[in-house]
Design a protein. Sequence first.
Length: 592
Amino acid sequence: MAFFTRRGLLSLLAVPAARLFAQKQQGMASRGVKPAPRGKPSGLPFHARFSDIAAQAGLQRPVVAGHADRADYINEVMSCGAAFFDYDNDGWLDILLLTGSRFGDPPADASNRLYRNNRDGTFTDVTEKAGLFRTGYWYGVTAGDFDNDGFEDLFLTGWPQNALYHNNGDGTFTDITRTAGLLNARPRFGSGCAFVDYDRDGKLDLFVSNYVDFDPKAIPRAGGPGSCDYYGVPVNCGPRGLPYGYHSLYRNNGDGSFTDVTAASGIGKADGGFGLTVVAADFDNDGWPDIYVACDSTPSLLFLNNRDGTFTEQGLERGVALSEDGMEQAGMGLGVGDFRLDGSLHIVKTHFREDTPVLYVNNGKGNFRDETIRSGLAVETRFVCWGVGVSDLDNDGNPDILWATGNIYPEVEKKLPQIPHKTPRVIFRNLGKGRFEELIAEAGPGIEASHSSRGVAFGDFDNDGDVDVLIVNQNEPPSLLRNDLAGGAHWLKVKVTGVKSNRSAIGARVTVRYGGQVQTQEVLSQSSYLSVSDKRLHFGLGAATVADIEIRWPLGPVERFEQVPADHLIHVTEGSGITRRERLGPRKEPAG
């Protein structure tokens, strides 16, 4: 029997009208809501403080996204994600930054960039040496060891083509898109992507979402004849008014190639919509990975795994397609985590300005309810919001929420200064019991600084036991927000490596019990906005000095470890238990 939330019932009535409205309009969906009243500040100290050290770290090249004062087409403004990943297996996070371009005068050096971590707070640009120099319009990234050789490979989405890069294990990558069977037969606007072992055969498959059917010859240029407008200002058109993108699933053949199983798997049955960020995770707790797609101005999609190689799309029935009042929203980014400390994966989704983000709470069986207003997130509606993460920024044991913001129309601010193009980042610190409190200036200059940002990646780049943040800024260098954490709270990191399961252990579920609380995380291959975060799962423990760990591997087996000491990075290999312990931070030294 299908489960219907209040939103689900409303959705069935609202969708025809909403879709008709979408066909008549252009731009991104917004409900035009006012912010909810703010409660009294808690007065609690927030011990995380973020400073942007990108320049001194060597991240000085801008991410191109149209012109600084205008954007001709929608493929210029959507921009791209980034990745924190360890491409050379030295235990330190490296950085991949994607880029866009612009029509008319594309910069010859506007390439995707790979930066190697020098282990001293700085990075070296190794793009050309690694074989990754490539200009064009790039959007999403997923990282995973698709051939189980021990090194993380990269899949990038773009327009008009995507790219699969094999990690050769010697610091270089090879483009194998064509031989892998992943070259588009016609131009497509790839956006979200995720490696996922959907059939649990130990090999990573690939899901790709697509945004719009983009043809610059068929779309009015901003400011030209037939141009669209925003509050009377000529701007680029879309996504509404443009043809949908449709999404694809590719099965890993185990020989370096993939087979398109979109039709056979049931993915092709869904009305595509304007797909953006993808998260593959087990939302209904049945041990099999599901796929959630944030869609811009169309209902978001939840593909539930039928455990037989097929999926059924149930976003409306499960309560994650629309807002609580049954309206489409401009789904951009996805944060997934256990911010209620109940052992389930909940969802935060970001949207356009004059709308709230949405916080979906999972009942543990893959049915969700909208807790946006009750959680306190509805106090913020000023910004266009993008990359988002659920991460314990102050190590107090309660995962917080951070997202980046930035407008999509650089032309508007000159006429309407009340709609700035560059806006600050936002933190909602977790107060416990499902309540959050907004922080901006209190979290440091890196949060308060204004940029037009997109992708966000979370990870401990300096290995000091807290979570740092990498942010893509349009037509500027990125921000690298170092977390300078005080307060003395404890933490634990868990790095899992598959053996029978896929080597990256994507889909592994780690549950940690500490100080009478429980928190669950999964190893994800994409989240935020088209980005990849540190696969070493980070758990703030608050005052707890030990924790119990349970790992459910992607193929199903469970391993448990008791009384694990805090303030360590724990390496766990499937079937072999804890194989290494590292004490990170200023006292970094081998342990155990």
